[in-house]
Design a protein around this ligand. Structure first.
Ligand code: PLP
Length: 395
């Protein structure tokens, strides 16, 4: 078979691969605790489900406008103004089949072959692959743990070349939970404006911030707003991962190009899912459902970090947002177990899956060796049990 060359340049998602391995062990009757998942373990709130069902029953099951229905765009424009301090028109909004899809549309519209895209590591696994899919070149900045895994303005400036087209920012971050402060964002925004660099600002975890406040880089004035596309999803805030609904906002020309692209690829995001999206954004019932999920994540965050810091050889910073902890496990490397040396984080992840039956993603999957990502989108009971198992096998 002669597949296109580009197929050889893309790696499968390591987080989905780990989840598949964990599921396989579970199907053999093994009690695997999964810290690998990237989705809330809560049900979609009932009122949102009902509005999707109602939309199907009322026959709202046909094609819609490719970039989304005006009613949903309208409430998105209102939400962006109220929650994100961003003013956009409906023509500057595009709705797609999840944040991942929208991000790909953005890359397609912005990146030419050979354009460099600056990406601070640790990064979400999908970014470098989407840059490659768009024939762009990834320029990775290795951030520092002591800087809370955030890129400094100096590091950013040093990575810029005449070929730099865009920067990908993700705050709060998957996998570290780090949150850029307004001052840090302003300094980065100033450099982007000075150099004419576009920003793809993935703000998909905007509602899951426990320490500090999430601010959009696009909110620092018209010049940076003109260079930025902000991206959001219903997946995390409303536990709607399987519904596939996300959106972005940005300069009219970029959104227009993306809409045309979408009209020839997926067409519209699923019609009745868009109706459920309206319910999620406007219904007063959304607030208590979101608050309950948020409070539970916050409790788990504190407990996960506390427990991980009790594991000999492990240290863990407290993440500000999202639902991931990103502990440093370098103190465990170089040890031998059953004749096998644990040389790196991937070895440790494999060891923990086989011996402790816990699934965790190695930091190297996110471009950052010597760390593991623990998702605390699992019950408190599982968190306690899983990390105790880790302590036990490491003895
Ligand atoms: N951005 C980040 C950083 C993510 O972690 C995810 C999902 O894991 C997404 C975007 C996309 O989510 P979805 O495609 O479900 O909207």
């Amino acid at each position: 078979m002669k597949l296109a060359r580009r197929t050889t340049q893309i790696a499968a998602s390591p987080t989905l691969a780990l989840s598949a391995k964990a599921k396989e062990l579970k199907s053999q009757g093994i009690d695997v605790i999964d810290f690998g998942v990237g989705e809330p373990d809560f049900d979609t709130p009932e009122h949102i489900k009902q509005s999707g069902i109602k939309a199907i029953q009322s026959g709202f099951t046909k094609y819609t406008a490719a970039a989304g229905i005006p009613e949903l765009k309208k409430v998105i424009v209102e939400k962006l103004k109220k929650n994100n301090n961003l003013e956009y028109t409906q023509a500057q909004v595009l709705i797609g089949c999840g944040g991942k899809h929208v991000l790909y549309d953005i890359m397609w519209a912005l990146i030419d072959a050979g354009d460099e895209v600056i990406l601070p590591a640790p990064y979400w696994v999908t970014y470098p692959e989407q840059v490659k899919m768009s024939d762009g070149v990834n320029v990775i900045i290795q951030t520092k743990e002591e800087n809370d895994f955030k890129m400094t303005p100096e590091e950013f400036r040093a990575a810029i070349t005449p070929k730099t087209k865009a920067l990908i920012l993700n705050s709060p971050s998957n996998p570290t939970g780090s949150l850029y402060t307004p001052e840090e964002l302003k300094a980065i925004a100033d450099i982007c404006v000075e150099k004419g660099i576009y920003v793809i600002s993935d703000e998909c975890y905007e509602d899951l911030v426990y320490d500090g406040k999430q601010v959009s880089i696009a909110s620092f004035g018209p010049e940076i707003k003109e260079l930025t596309v902000v991206c959001y999803t219903f997946s995390k805030s409303y536990s709607m991962t399987g519904w596939r609904l996300g959106y972005c906002a940005g300069p009219t020309d970029i959104i227009k190009a993306m809409s045309e692209f979408q009209s020839h690829t997926t067409s519209n995001p699923t019609s009745f899912v868009q109706k459920a999206g309206i319910e999620a954004l406007v219904s007063p019932q959304s607030a208590p459902a979101m608050k309950a999920m948020y409070d539970e994540f916050d409790k788990r965050r504190i407990r996960t970090v506390e427990l991980l810091n009790q594991v000999p050889g492990v240290t863990c910073r407290t993440p500000s947002g999202a639902f991931y902890a990103f502990p440093n496990i370098t103190g465990l490397l170089g040890k031998t177990y059953k004749g096998r040396k644990v040389e790196n984080d991937s070895d440790l992840s494999a060891f923990l899956l086989e011996e402790a039956h816990i699934a965790v993603v190695p930091g190297s999957s996110f471009g950052f060796d010597g760390f593991l990502r623990f998702s605390y989108a699992t019950s408190m009971e599982n968190i306690e049990k899983g990390i105790s198992r880790m302590i036990e096998v490491l003895k």
